[in-house]
Design a protein around this ligand. Structure first.
Ligand code: MV4
Length: 444
């Protein structure tokens, strides 16, 4: 049974989770650092525990402090949100060993999907296409042999990396000889695991991911794909569902591949399988993410399914009794960041004026309010604007309208609201021709 949930996170996702807990009749406990006393998640929860100083390593990332907060508050479950400890197998294990419920996949599953080499082995075994590359981890000799076989450019990836961390592109053998030892060293330092592998580097692919729910009894369902190609330096900026770049046939294929993968690893909870699609429309498995994602609302908007609610239901042992998932219309999410639109540097500061957009088909997930001071210690996400429309043309029109209504201002505070308006006004975006290098190459 779950009666009281501790939310081991901050910002908009903590608020998002608290809202669903309340609707389910569950008590909520929030945790906060000394920099977050005035945060919305602290105000909304039934109870709050200060867990330490501003630095994340001494607060939101500090497992003993969070375990103490769970103990003193009497919470019986923990929702980790995204980032921080969300995919940390050790945290999941400690929570379970303390007879508390971790709202997420089991520790051993997090361990497996955190290991990109093992994940790719499973994907290969169940017949999911992989980018041509090395068979597992490589030393310098195997790396050169692989690159000669598949052709340059190739990409070096850290097995313990993911989400764009620990990736290096190399264009010839000389570069490979230089960069492979650096990549191994860097992976050892960053992840405590120096294993790296090689893949053919895809030119201007699209990033497409599939959202799943899986219960404890082997039922896995797909909630459809999201297209997340509008990003900069591995920070997604705009996500949408469904993708307008794939056919019904391709959709069926990636959804089936995703379900096969989740079955093979005994996945539990909400999760996402990431693919890259090359310019000829071929799909390749990249990795699986075992958390609620920032962009989950676009899937909620087209399916009407509350993904956080299902995370909790699955964690308390309920069966996935969703017969079929209807999908209706199109949804787009814009990440509104406190950043300078020219150099993308964070611009923390106090919010002095705030007008949120609203109206039919508009959802805003945010923790900010007038008078709130955005602290410099954490990520710069201020709000997510999610817009729904019957077809893609109308969702873009509605998005323009909602972005125009959106006002956030304050001393020194800048946002990327106008940048979003420029992106969705491009022909490439309208036609769905954007790819992962769109911002760097076209929006300069
Ligand atoms: C790639 C790639 C090109 N070729 N793999 C970065 C995130 C990680 N999940 C996979 N990533 C990439 N893998 C091959 N073989 C380009 C990227 C990539 C990327 C992918 C999705 C979204 C944004 C990206 C930004 C830079 C690089």
């Amino acid at each position: 049974m779950i009666k009281k949930v501790l939310i081991a996170n901050r910002g908009e996702i903590a608020v998002r989770v608290i809202r669903t807990c309340k609707e389910m009749g569950l008590k909520t406990v929030s945790i906060y650092s000394e920099a977050d006393r005035d945060c919305m998640h602290v105000k909304l929860a039934d109870k709050s525990v200060c867990i330490g100083p501003a630095e994340a390593s001494k607060s939101y990332l500090d497992i003993p402090r969070i375990m103490s907060a769970i103990e003193v508050s009497g919470a019986d479950a923990v929702h980790p949100g995204y980032g921080f400890l969300a995919e940390n197998p050790r945290f999941a294990e400690i929570v379970s060993a303390s007879n508390k419920i971790f709202i997420g996949p089991p520790s051993h599953v997090l361990e497996l999907i955190g290991d990109k080499i093992r994940s790719k082995e499973v994907a290969k075994k169940v017949g999911i296409p992989l980018v041509p590359g090395s068979d597992g981890c490589v030393d310098i000799k195997e790396a050169i042999d692989t690159a000669n076989r598949i052709g340059y450019p190739v990409v070096i990836k850290a097995s313990a990396g993911g989400g764009g961390r620990g990736i290096r592109v190399v264009r010839n053998e000389k570069e490979l000889r230089e960069k492979l030892p650096l990549a191994i060293e860097e992976a050892k330092v960053a992840f405590g695991d120096g294993r790296v592998y090689i893949e053919k580097y895809l030119i201007n692919p699209k990033h497409i991911e599939v959202q799943v729910l899986a219960d404890k009894y082997g039922h896995v369902i797909s909630l459809g794909e999201r297209e997340c190609s509008i990003q900069r330096r591995n920070q997604k900026l705009i996500e949408e569902a469904p993708s307008i770049s794939i056919s019904e046939e391709q959709r069926k294929q990636i959804e089936e591949a995703t379900i096969e993968f989740c079955r093979a690893i005994g996945y539990e909870g909400a999760g996402t399988v990431e693919f890259l699609m090359d310019q000829d429309g071929n799909f390749y498995f990249m990795e699986m993410n075992g958390r609620i994602q920032v962009e989950h609302p676009v899937t909620e908007m087209i399916t009407g399914i509350d993904i956080v609610k299902w995370q909790i239901k699955i964690a308390r042992g309920e069966r996935l009794n969703i017969k079929s998932v209807e999908r209706r219309g199109f949804a787009i999410e814009f990440r509104i960041n406190a950043e300078d639109p020219n150099n993308f540097m964070p611009t923390p500061g106090k919010i002095e004026e705030l007008y949120l957009p609203g109206g039919f088909g508009v959802r805003v997930d945010t923790h900010i309010y007038c008078g709130y001071a955005v602290p410099p210690y954490y990520d710069s996400l201020l709000a997510k604007l999610i817009v729904w429309g019957e077809d893609r043309k109308s969702v873009i029109r509605r998005a323009k309208r909602a972005l125009e209504e959106f006002v956030i201002s304050g001393q020194g505070l800048k946002t990327n609201i106008d940048f979003h308006r420029r992106v969705i006004s491009t022909r490439e975006f309208a036609e769905g021709k954007h790819h992962i290098k769109f911002i760097e190459e076209i929006m300069v």
